[in-house]
Design a protein around this ligand. Structure first.
Ligand code: C5P
Length: 322
């Protein structure tokens, strides 16, 4: 959290808010994203292997006269502050379930790329849910929180859980996965976002008329994760949405090439993009790849992060801060 924002939140607390809860929540990359045919409800069945990565948003909640959302940090101006924000929807869903007023100020300190295919919006939903549950002392079970997360969006349950997991169905039915050690990643952030529904629509257009097999998790990829084998993981990375993201944003091909030329083991589009992800064998190579990506002029910025990262976690809890 930036010093200015932290000071503003602390001032709000001193000026009469009774309590403050802050939650840290990670971004994700999909190391396997296998997409089935469109379902009658418009969603696609997935075999979605999520890995939480160490880039975080922080969600701070304080009591207020009405529900409101503020945001600071990287690309904050692109974040909607109305009730379409998943953080606001999370507070509303939790309050409604318990028959209480959703009167809370949700402040998002943003570090996860916005509309980047790294589940930044989902992270804010999961973070706000855990923060409000803690602020309102509801003590919901993880199962109850995961049910609300699944109602909010397909990626939201994983943002709460973190670590590594296989998501089936829309991606919301999770099975945690074992990971040994740490994987070192670089993420190239593109200019502007990509709309997830638009990328799925492009997937439908590109695959029209072809047979689409039911998506299944790749045993070699699961083994690479549990063995902590970066070379094997690099050989198994797949993203069925990548052709659709490249079709909508052809310039991403040059970014992928630049990272591989600089020494990444493998590169792929992160989720629905346009962030691109580069797996490296160690932190030193990650450093070199990030520098080369920046120098290539094919992306706006490059971020290093290791994985797996923990899911949503309360980092501050104060029930009588006034
Ligand atoms: O679940 P979420 O609201 O994040 O999904 C956003 C959009 O992405 C959906 O409206 C749908 O167009 C697409 N989607 C999909 N299949 C999934 C997940 C998302 O088609 N499994």
């Amino acid at each position: 959290m930036s010093e200015t924002v932290r000071a503003a939140v602390e001032a709000e607390v001193r000026n009469g808010a009774q309590a403050v809860v802050r939650v840290r929540v990670p971004a994700k990359v999909n190391v396997q994203l296998s997409v089935g045919a469109a379902r009658p409800d418009g969603f696609h069945d997935l075999a979605n292997v999520f890995l939480a990565v160490g880039l975080y948003d922080e969600i701070t909640v304080t009591p207020a006269d009405a529900l409101r959302v503020t945001c600071a940090g990287r690309d904050a101006e692109q974040v909607p502050l109305d009730h379409t924000n998943l953080a606001a929807r999370a507070a509303l869903a939790l309050a409604e379930r318990h028959g209480i007023d959703p009167h809370v100020h949700i402040h998002i300190d943003k570090d996860i790329p916005v509309a980047g295919g790294m589940a930044g919006g989902s992270a804010d939903g999961a973070g706000a849910l855990l923060a409000c549950d803690t602020l309102w002392e509801l003590n919901s079970s993880q199962e109850e929180l995961l049910t609300i997360c699944a109602e909010l969006g397909s990626d939201v349950p994983f943002s709460l859980l973190g670590g590594a997991a296989l998501g089936i169905g829309r991606g919301e039915q999770l099975t945690p996965l074992d990971v040994d050690g740490a994987f070192h990643w670089v993420f190239a952030v593109a200019d502007g976002g990509l709309s997830t529904p638009a990328v799925f629509r492009e997937f439908d257009r590109l695959t029209e008329g072809s047979f689409i097999p039911a998506p299944v998790a790749d045993p070699a990829l699961l083994h690479a994760l549990s063995a902590g084998d970066a070379v094997a993981l690099a050989g198994a990375l797949t993203n069925d949405l990548q052709p659709a993201a490249l079709s909508l944003r052809p310039t991403l091909a040059a970014t992928l090439d630049a990272g591989v030329e600089a020494g990444a083991l493998a590169a792929l589009v992160s989720g629905s993009g346009p962030t691109t992800a580069f797996l490296t064998k160690d932190p030193e190579t990650a450093d070199r790849v990030a520098e080369a990506l920046l120098a290539s002029g094919t992306c706006r910025t490059a971020r290093m992060a290791s994985a797996p990262a923990a899911g949503a976690v309360v980092v501050r809890e104060d029930h009588d801060a006034a």
